[in-house]
Design a protein around this ligand. Structure first.
Ligand code: ATP
Ligand code: MG
Length: 164
């Protein structure tokens, strides 16, 4: 199965993001919008793995002091991915390092690209008449656990299922 570890968003943060996105749509921006329940912050992308058990063992063994994160600015990756950033956070960086180390120690491969904490809001984004000024609300939430998801291609887009 295709696996990734992520932060689940609080309802407040998710609602704030959906509102911002709705405002962009009203202003003529177009793109594929993942459903609100799909919005997340990927911490580590593992990809295909036959058995999630060793990953669950590793994530279960990680405990940390809950910490706050705050929405930052909006950005665009090549290929029309519109994303919401997270303000720089040492505890978040540290958590990702621990996850990566845990996976490496368990011999589980993962994506080693630099960590760019973000929430994908839209894909194949077409700014229409030009991307309007967007400001995200400075919504804050507490990170108190890591969630492991499996990702499956559904008829109408990706389906993420929480497995731990
Ligand atoms: P699609 O690939 O169809 O656009 P998706 O990206 O939502 O859908 P997945 O490819 O399964 O679904 O990815 C799940 C999560 O992991 C997403 O947040 C995605 O951005 C991230 N991700 C996917 N591939 C990588 C990768 N190689 N490195 C880092 N993160 C990745
Ligand atoms: Mg993908």
């Amino acid at each position: 199965m295709r696996l990734f570890a992520a932060v689940r968003l609080s309802e407040e943060v998710r609602d704030a993001l959906v509102k911002t996105r709705d405002e962009l749509l009203r202003q003529g921006v177009r793109g594929r919008c993942p459903p609100p329940e799909n919005l997340h912050i990927t911490l580590v992308f593992i990809g295909e793995l036959p058995d999630p058990e060793p990953v669950l063992d590793m994530t279960d063994a990680i405990s940390f002091q809950p910490f706050p994160i705050t929405l930052g600015e909006v950005g665009i990756f090549g290929g029309g991915i519109l994303w919401a950033g997270i303000r720089p956070s040492d505890p978040l960086e540290h958590l990702v390092k621990r996850l990566r180390r845990g996976l490496a120690e368990a011999g589980i491969p993962y994506d080693r690209k630099a960590f760019r904490p973000h929430i994908t809001l839209m894909r194949n984004m077409d700014p229409g008449k030009g991307l309007p000024e967007i400001r995200l609300p400075g919504s804050t939430m507490t990170v108190d656990r890591v969630t492991l998801y499996r990702s499956d291609r559904g008829k109408n887009g990706m389906i993420y299922t929480e497995i731990g």
